[in-house]
Design a protein. Structure first.
Length: 263
């Protein structure tokens, strides 16, 4: 029997929208500064293979996301992200579904409301609104306005940093079939670390636990991520990462790559 259906495949990509220092999923408290911009162009490719009751399923999915950040004040950013998503499902080698298109648009505001410069510790709040710009019939969006909030903490040292996130997302689905199979309330918790290997190269690691999107699935989704961020110069970064699922609820493997420019 088919374990997942197309709306679930693509909903997994939008469970916790956040624009961290890619390839990290865990966000940090850093902001751009008043009047400054940041543009990110990030890609993901995921593959998941399942064998159950003699049936072989292969899911592939991906997303290309363009995100623009603007510093409204020194400690307040607004972030707009628009994804292009695709996903396919094959059962015993037969293609069951193959959809692609624009996903839902997210608008987030990051407010760093506490900062202790002596201890290099800061806390930020990041509410978000998700607008239904994707085609819900294809599983490319919720079909209704959704939203959530993320609490972020960052502790920095000379050559390393530690970030922690706790988040909540409420997904409002327009389609009855989505409401029947997908959860509306998603919780998220994660911890990430950065280490400056050289002046230009950082290694990063991320571990995360999220509510499972499927109503019939009990285990939470857990993954481990590792990657590198290379700073070409002060305004341009390139990154690469690999995310691996730590249980059967999470996608087996995801490759991430992106670029970030600030101006």
């Amino acid at each position: 029997m088919i374990k997942r259906i197309p709306p679930i495949i693509l909903a997994l990509l939008w469970s916790v929208p956040a624009f961290a220092a890619h390839p990290l999923m865990t966000d940090d408290t850093g902001t751009q500064g008043k009047g400054k911009f940041q543009f990110e162009y990030n890609g993901e490719y995921s593959r998941d293979d399942e064998h159950e009751a003699g049936v072989a399923e292969k899911e592939t999915s991906g997303t290309l996301t363009a995100a623009l950040t603007y510093g409204m004040t020194d400690n307040l950013d607004i972030v707009v992200g628009l994804p292009w998503q695709w996903g396919s499902l094959s059962v015993d080698g037969n293609l069951v579904s193959n959809d692609n298109g624009i996903g839902d648009t997210s608008v987030e505001v990051k407010w760093r409301f506490f900062e202790c410069k002596k201890e290099e510790f800061s806390v930020a709040l990041k509410p978000k609104v998700i607008f239904p710009t994707g085609d819900a019939q294809k599983g490319l969006g919720n079909g209704n306005i959704s939203g959530g909030v993320l609490l972020i903490a960052t502790k920095e040292w000379e050559h390393r940093a530690l970030h922690g996130n706790i988040g909540y997302t409420h997904n409002s689905y327009a389609l009855a079939q989505d409401n029947a199979i997908l959860k509306q309330d998603i919780w998220h918790a994660s911890v990430a670390a950065e280490f400056h290997m050289t002046e230009k190269l950082r290694s990063v690691a991320d571990v995360s636990i999220d509510s499972n999107n499927e109503r019939t699935a009990d285990p939470n989704r857990v993954f481990l991520l590792g990657g590198l961020i290379y700073s070409v110069n002060d305004t341009f970064d390139l990154d690469l990462g690999v995310k691996a699922g730590l249980n059967h609820a999470e996608t087996d493997k995801t490759i991430l790559a992106g670029l970030t420019t600030r101006f």
